[in-house]
Design a binder for this molecule. Structure first.
Ligand code: AMP
Length: 578
């Protein structure tokens, strides 16, 4: 028997556990709920509704659907030193800080060890699925852009950190079995370096030195991969000089990073430095990923929802390598896995795992009739907002995402991520949703394809500063496909983009964009390169992690808006006649 058929048999054998879970969704969901209710029956929160009982009917009848504002006071009490059993029978070991870029006020969620066990399970299944679908996926290393930052502590001394930081610093990651997940090109010390810039430099340097072994580039969200390539484009000369001399730059001060990366760097390597320099100094950066890492088979990152907007840029840099968008997860719970890892990004659905949390679904409908169904009772094609009941103290918690049922895997439903619920742009009485904004940008950026320009980041705002009349403003950061200077901008091309943006908006928008109507012509304001990094820095300084950071689609922060306004290079308006 060949090595690869041996491996396939082993993978299939291991995936059997997963197949069994997916065939018993109803029974598993019922027992997860029973377990949570029995465990948490005497927490202060649940006791007030269930009086110590734990049956499902009573739960559905008595326990209300909750938003963050409902649970905030309970969470804050535990954070301030009251015992975990205000909300959770099992000890709360810390809190997860959500990326918090859509709303302004930070949210922290209780964390227990069960959550880490779920992450281990998800990553394990997901890597098995990758092995099954990608030939040779295991025969190399993954260049993964993972970052951590120091946790801050609550008054009671519990750590507060992002989901990725908390997991990466936990023993579940540190003591992972050596052959269980893909080997990484970076030593763990690089991940634990508290300075993200030093980490990024070292991740890339380790990846360059081991270029012949790299089979994939990965990061939790696609935005980080784009950021990594831009970092490479700004720093390749210094990276090559380190490889040439075998000496790490002096500004890498983190002692653990220095010692572990110096070992990987080894001695001077002139040949490798020349080779990378040759690739990076070519005029166009098209296909740079596959030129530098020729054995790369795929990119692994979430590319659905808001992240879809990074696909064209990554397609350009990677010569259209396949994407694997592995799972759907949040600070509240892990949701689902992509069981068809090589499918096209637009076809990705996530199969919810019934053993991680208890899931209910609130139907999104026009008539505002409240209809909540169990995981196994969702209907094909319908749109829902997931409600989560987890082990750590969330009960029927509204996630704020909208998902659509696309099919079933064994008996378990699969969902496409549609959008965040509360991202809307509105000048007058119209509402333009996140999904519509993303679609409009996808249409408009196609105009850039034949030019030297790429759209790297964007955000938008409903500018109503002109009294009665308002208009949509899109801030775009553009990058040249051939160099790093602020790009030369052709106004006519951008006017065309403005018009396509407008054309893609729906009748609701156009109703008010009539002659003398309340909505004026749409505007694009091109901002200097690096502007969106400065905006990210604001959120990072407030506690967000670089790994989970998502550029706000609609900007609300006055501080961020001031940065954008300060860095405008060009402004153009749509000429479309209403
Ligand atoms: P956070 O709580 O900061 O970890 O952010 C979680 C949010 O990120 C989710 O509620 C989604 O809005 C978004 N998200 C997570 N995974 C995905 C995914 N696979 N596709 C699209 N959006 C996602």
């Amino acid at each position: 028997m060949s090595l690869s058929s041996d491996l396939n048999d082993m993978v299939d054998e291991k995936l059997k556990v997963f197949e069994d879970i997916m065939s018993n969704a109803k029974q598993i969901q019922d027992s997860v709920l029973k377990e949570i209710l029995t465990l948490n029956a005497n927490t202060e929160y649940l006791r007030s509704f269930l009086n110590g009982r734990s049956d499902k009917e009573l739960f559905k009848k008595k326990v209300p659907v909750m938003t963050y504002e409902d649970i905030r006071p309970y969470i804050e009490r535990v954070a301030n030193g009251e015992p975990s059993d205000v909300i959770s029978a099992k000890p709360i070991i810390g809190f997860l800080l959500s990326s918090g870029t859509s709303g302004e006020k930070g949210k922290i969620f209780p964390l227990d060890n069960k959550y880490f066990e779920n992450i281990v399970f998800f990553t394990h299944i997901s890597s098995l699925l990758t092995c099954k679908h990608v030939n040779g996926a295991k025969q190399g290393k993954e260049l993964t852009f993972n970052f951590t930052k120091p946790a801050f502590t609550t008054p009671s001394g519990l750590p507060v950190s992002s989901l990725t930081s908390s997991f990466l610093k936990s023993d579940y990651f540190k003591n992972r079995p050596p052959n269980d997940v893909f080997s990484l090109t970076s030593p763990d010390k690089v991940i634990f370096c508290p300075d993200n810039k030093q980490s990024m430099y070292c991740h890339i340097l380790c990846g360059l030195v081991q270029r012949d072994e790299v089979v994939s580039l990965a990061s939790p969200f696609a935005s980080v991969l784009v950021r990594a390539i831009i970092f490479l484009s700004n720093n390749w000369k210094e990276l090559c000089s380190n490889i040439r001399s075998g000496q790490l730059s002096k500004w890498i001060k983190d002692v653990d990073c220095r010692s572990s990366v110096s070992l990987i760097l080894g001695g001077p390597n002139l040949e490798l430095a020349d080779l990378i320099e040759q690739e990076c100094s070519q005029k166009s950066w098209e296909g740079i990923i596959t030129r530098i890492w020729p054995k790369t088979k795929y990119l692994e990152s979430i590319v659905t929802g808001q992240m879809a907007h990074y696909i064209p840029t990554l397609d350009f840099y990677s010569n259209k390598l396949p994407f694997i968008s592995p799972f759907y997860a949040s600070s509240e719970t892990m949701f689902g896995i992509n069981v068809n890892p090589l499918c096209k990004p637009q076809d990705v659905s996530y199969t919810f795992l019934p053993n991680v949390s208890y899931f209910e679904f609130l139907l999104v409908n026009e008539v505002n009739k409240v209809e909540i169904v169990d995981l196994v009772d969702v209907k094909l094609g319908c749109y829902y907002e997931p409600l989560v009941t987890n082990y750590a103290g969330l009960h029927r918690y509204r996630i704020g995402d909208i998902v659509q049922v696309t099919g079933f895997y064994n008996s378990t439903p699969q969902f496409k991520f549609v959008q965040r619920k509360n991202v809307v742009l509105s000048v007058h009485l119209e509402t333009t949703t996140e999904e519509q904004i993303l679609n409009a940008v996808t249409q408009a950026r196609s105009v850039l394809e034949s030019s030297d320009l790429m759209l790297i980041e964007f955000t938008c705002v409903a500018d109503t500063s002109a009294g009665g009349l308002g208009h949509y403003v899109f801030y775009w950061e553009l990058k040249s496909k051939t160099n790093n200077a602020n790009p030369e901008i052709d106004d006519e091309l951008l006017v065309e983009c403005c018009e396509l943006l407008e054309k893609s908006l729906d009748i609701d928008y156009w109703k008010y964009r009539s002659k003398d109507g309340p909505i004026g012509a749409l505007e694009i304001r091109v901002v200097q390169q690096g502007t969106f990094d400065s905006i990210m820095d604001i959120y990072i300084s407030r506690g967000a992690s670089i790994t989970q950071y998502k550029t706000p689609i609609c900007i609300k922060s006055a501080e961020a808006l001031a940065i954008l306004e300060d860095r405008i290079l060009v402004r153009v308006f749509s000429n479309s006649s209403p």
